[in-house]
Design a protein around this ligand. Structure first.
Ligand code: SAH
Ligand code: SF4
Ligand code: F3S
Length: 480
């Protein structure tokens, strides 16, 4: 199904550095084009980038916004802008539906602003059926491009600004990694860093390997260099990003383990906190546990997606571990690093799943005592092996079982989070509280949120906070 993409290019044939230089010339061209249109308009052009989906997409959006700002666009908070970019997600059907719904609203805005352009990128655009739907039902979209050629955004932007027809550029895959283009970070003091792209795991329910392509790791030197630059620019917390960080580095010319990469990142002076996302249980090594245990900078949080607690379902999901192996791993981590928070992802309603399978999932939740868990109803993704399975669950069954899982998750998470009540812990202050301007919102090393009295001067600082009262999933605290 994925062989019929409109453009089956796998890269322009240039080296990564030559491609980088080429894109920089397009940024210069975009500056001229934007300045000219702004002059006609009589005010600067505005832009808005909306992100759907995961941290990988959030990081990509920072890259898109960096190029737009460099080109002369002014970012605005609302979608009343001269350019709106939707960076889409397709991991579950509701992610797609959200985009379709909002595109309808955008059309109304476009009718009122003749200058307005709409661009669509991200994982949805790597699905031929979604692109077909957009072209027929949402013909007012001006630019469609995919995940593999996101680094050609400046080039595509120029094409779009010069053309009076829709521009479309979607690659089937790529081997190129073009970094070092302008980036606009959402937070001054923290950021994501891509350490790898794509995924080779092909869990049978998941569309990510089809829309993000094969696994490619960045060279450790480049990652370290990027983080050093960010630290010099005020970053104190990084999140290393990949679909399966535990297999990082295995396919590099000079292979290196993820644990070794962490050791090297830890050495970066001025960097205070390190997070990473996501860990596949099948590849989590003892070396990683060892490095985490002795680290001063790696946060006390591990996201370890379970998906299902039933060995039978895990096999059908192609997850490559059993319930017992998962439990052994999670409990070993709890033993070795007692103050760690473990969070997870769970899918309810995979084809053929029974009440007994869900009982197994509940059993794992009780034993691991997750600090938090994202619970999803299984969503059928066309082209994945699970979509072709005959024994799909009924919506009624899924709803019922979902509620069982959710209440077990909530019960355990409440108890787990409350364990630290009364203790003093360091929090990185992220922002002013959204609802109460006398409070700031901080994040503990274990990823729990704490709200406490404070002002703007604290933002971006790590401060000790007493966790006075646990309110379920967050704390109310006070500065000490
Ligand atoms: N690479 C990460 C997950 C990325 S997708 C990992 O392997 O852990 C994030 C989560 O979305 C997954 O962990 C899974 O729980 C959920 N998910 C993926 N495909 C799904 C589907 N078809 N239906 C429901 N949930 C899904
Ligand atoms: Fe999807 Fe599995 Fe890859 Fe995660 S590891 S992105 S769930 S295929
Ligand atoms: Fe969604 Fe793509 Fe991330 S499908 S979850 S945005 S990798």
């Amino acid at each position: 199904m994925y062989s019929n993409l409109d453009k089956t290019k796998i890269g322009a044939g240039l080296s990564d550095l030559d491609e980088l230089a080429r894109q920089k010339t397009y940024i210069e061209e975009a500056k001229d084009l934007v300045a000219k249109i702004a002059e006609e308009k009589g005010s600067p052009l505005t832009c808005h980038v909306a992100t759907f989906g995961c941290q990988m997409n959030a990081r990509d959006s920072e890259k898109l916004l960096g190029i737009l700002i460099e080109a002369g666009y002014q970012p605005v908070e609302t979608e009343d802008a001269d350019l709106v970019v939707y960076n889409t997600c397709t991991v579950r059907d509701n992610a797609n539906q959200k985009v379709y719904g909002r595109l309808g609203v955008l059309n109304g805005k476009k009718k009122k602003n003749p200058l307005m352009k709409i661009a669509l990128c991200g994982c949805m655009t790597q699905e031929p059926s979604a692109v077909e739907k957009i072209k027929t039902s949402y013909p007012f979209v001006d630019l469609i491009f995919g995940t593999h050629n996101i680094f050609t955004f400046a080039e595509l932007l120029c094409k779009m600004l010069k053309a009076d027809k829709r521009i479309e550029s979607i690659w089937q895959d790529t081997t190129q990694i073009v970094e070092d283009l302008p980036i606009e970070r959402k937070f001054k003091y923290k950021t994501g860093v891509n350490i790898m792209f794509g995924c080779n795991n092909f869990c049978s329910y998941c569309i990510v390997p089809y829309v993000r392509g094969r696994e490619r790791s960045r060279a450790p030197e480049e990652i370290i260099e990027e983080i050093k630059k960010q630290v010099a620019d005020g970053v104190i917390e990084v999140m290393l990003l990949g679909q399966n960080v535990n297999s990082y580095g295995k396919n590099l010319d000079n292979p290196i383990s993820f644990a070794e990469l962490l050791r090297r990142v830890e050495e970066i002076e001025g960097l205070q906190r390190i997070r990473f996302m996501t860990s596949h249980p099948k590849d989590l090594s003892d070396e990683l546990i060892e490095v985490m245990k002795h680290s001063k900078k790696i946060c006390r949080h591990l996201h370890l997606p379970l998906q299902s607690g039933s060995t039978r379902i895990l096999k059908a999901m192609n997850r490559k571990y059993t319930k017992e192996q998962y439990l052994e791993l999670a409990l070993k981590i709890r033993r070795e690093i007692p103050d760690i928070a473990i969070t997870t992802d769970i899918i309810v309603g995979f084809p053929g799943e029974t009440k007994e399978d869900i009982d197994e999932t509940l059993d794992v939740i009780r034993k691991v005592k997750y600090d938090n868990a994202f619970t999803f109803q299984y969503s059928k993704r066309t082209g994945t092996p699970a979509a072709a399975m005959e024994n799909q669950c009924s919506a009624e069954f899924v709803k019922e079982q979902f509620d069982r899982v959710l209440s077990e998750v909530q019960l355990n998470a409440r108890n787990q989070v409350a364990l630290w009540e009364g203790k003093i812990m360091d929090a990185l202050v992220e922002e002013m509280n959204e609802h109460d301007s006398t409070l700031v919102t901080g994040r503990l090393s274990n990823n729990t949120i704490v709200h406490f009295p404070g002002d703007e001067s604290l933002i971006g600082k790590i401060v000790p906070v007493r966790l006075c009262a646990c309110k379920g999933f967050y704390y109310i605290g006070e500065l000490v």
